[in-house]
Design a protein around this ligand. Structure first.
Ligand code: C5P
Length: 406
């Protein structure tokens, strides 16, 4: 477990779990990190800045302005390799989610370019409230990393979810994060995501409900682990991720997505085909808006190019192709057939019959089917957690013998 040379901002907010921040600081320093402690005004009511300054060997910053000087929150946000908010109260999470900036912790959060990990701590009912859960989902969608709460006795006397993760587990998680930061260094990975739109006339198209969330979660996790990601993104309402490791290519139609993929693929080590590509497109695109006339009308359709099949044919021995199968019936049989037909190394199956899985949800429930008929089933998880499972599977295939990082 090493954090040697890592610069960590530890932001402490006003929860009874703040007492654990002393142990946390001690463990981070012991693991080799440079730790700058920030405290909200309420955090100081739970633990003394003197304790944390002594343990971190640095002056604690607890105000945007103190008697002598203004704290440069922008510089602090840039200095850090990682920001750890522990404990993170419901109040601070709500401020992060809405961009409120009224203390040093929220100001540094808004200025930061580095990964942000947050370890919530609160009472069971506050944790379960839809507002808190909504804020957490919003932070995850910003690319912030949730350190899951633990189950157990809470300060109120209630028993349930809401305890801050143990300091030892947090430090372990951060050291894994830094180790994984280089895991995919030197690898180029193609990801297709989102729907495609096939024009009927200048104002209408054939499309589908894909949001692109799963592909974007995959691209972000891969880039966080050091990969260079070429993201080919169909027309989606969510914006492309801003990450130095992600290059985004915006496309509209299946043909455009296909041509872009074929061009990029030879320089890629892995292709993950998470896009919901239209299988058919109108044979002719009307040059002018089609007018309403007879009671019925038909549009003649023709097949679009199959990107996965094209890349499957181009695949060299050292490349991996991963596909997705979103099915409504005969799930396993259909997925197995696609695995073979498109020359995938594994296929990620999700069924529209599972609630919370598939299009537009923030969650997904998957089964990974591999060549040779092995399969792994996963429970319902957030799409960013599903991305971790899929990428761990790819890492196991790309770097055999290395196993899981710990
Ligand atoms: O649409 P279908 O269920 O066959 O999709 C299975 C897999 O093939 C997915 O990974 C999808 O991204 C990919 N696909 C593709 N090009 C198409 C159709 C599907 O790459 N034209």
């Amino acid at each position: 477990m090493s954090l040697r040379g890592k610069k960590i901002v530890l932001a402490i907010t006003g929860s009874i779990a703040a007492y654990k921040a002393a142990f946390l600081t001690r463990l981070l320093v012991k693991a080799g990190a440079e730790v700058q402690v920030l405290m909200t005004p309420d955090a100081e009511k739970f633990i003394s800045p003197l304790t944390l300054a002594t343990l971190s060997k640095r002056k604690v910053i607890s105000g945007l302005v103190d008697a002598e000087q203004w704290s440069n929150h922008v510089a602090l946000g840039l200095w850090a390799d990682l920001i750890l908010v522990a404990p993170a109260t419901a109040n601070t999470l709500a401020k992060f989610a809405t961009g409120l900036c009224d203390n040093i912790v929220t100001a540094v959060y808004l200025s930061a370019k580095c990964p942000v990990f947050f370890a919530p701590a609160m009472d069971l009912d506050m944790w379960q409230h839809p507002a808190t859960q909504h804020n957490i989902q919003r932070l995850i969608s910003f690319g912030n990393k949730l350190i899951p709460v633990a189950h157990g006795e809470l300060a109120s006397g209630l028993v349930g979810d809401g305890r801050m993760a143990e300091p030892e587990d947090i430090v372990k998680l951060l050291s894994t994060h830094f180790a994984e930061g280089n895991q995919f260094k030197g690898k180029t990975i193609l990801v297709t995501a989102g729907p495609t739109y096939e024009p009927i006339d200048p104002v209408r198209f054939i499309g589908n409900y894909s949001s692109g969330k799963m592909g974007i979660a995959l691209a972000t996790e891969l880039a966080d682990r050091g990969a260079l990601v070429k993201l080919i993104l169909g027309p989606t309402r969510i914006s492309a991720p801003v990450h130095p490791g992600i290059e985004t290519f915006n496309v509209t139609t299946a043909r455009e997505m296909h041509d872009q993929a074929v061009q990029l693929y030879p320089d890629c080590d892995v292709a993950i085909l998470a896009a919901a590509v239209a299988d058919y497109r109108p044979r002719h695109q009307a040059p002018e808006k089609i007018k309403k006339s007879s009671d019925a009308m038909s549009i003649e359709l023709e097949k679009t190019p199959d990107i996965a099949a094209s890349l499957g044919k181009m695949k060299r021995g050292n490349q991996l192709n991963i596909g997705f199968a979103l099915e409504t019936n005969n799930e396993e049989a259909n997925a197995k057939e696609k695995l073979k037909k498109k020359n995938f190394d594994f296929i990620v199956l999700n069924s529209l019959r599972d609630s919370g899985a598939g299009f537009n949800h923030d969650t997904n429930k998957i089964t990974i089917l591999k060549k040779g008929n092995t399969q792994k089933k996963f429970k319902l998880k957030s799409k960013s957690e599903v991305a971790v499972d899929i990428i761990n599977e790819i890492a196991g295939m790309l770097f055999p013998g290395k196993g899981k990082l710990s």
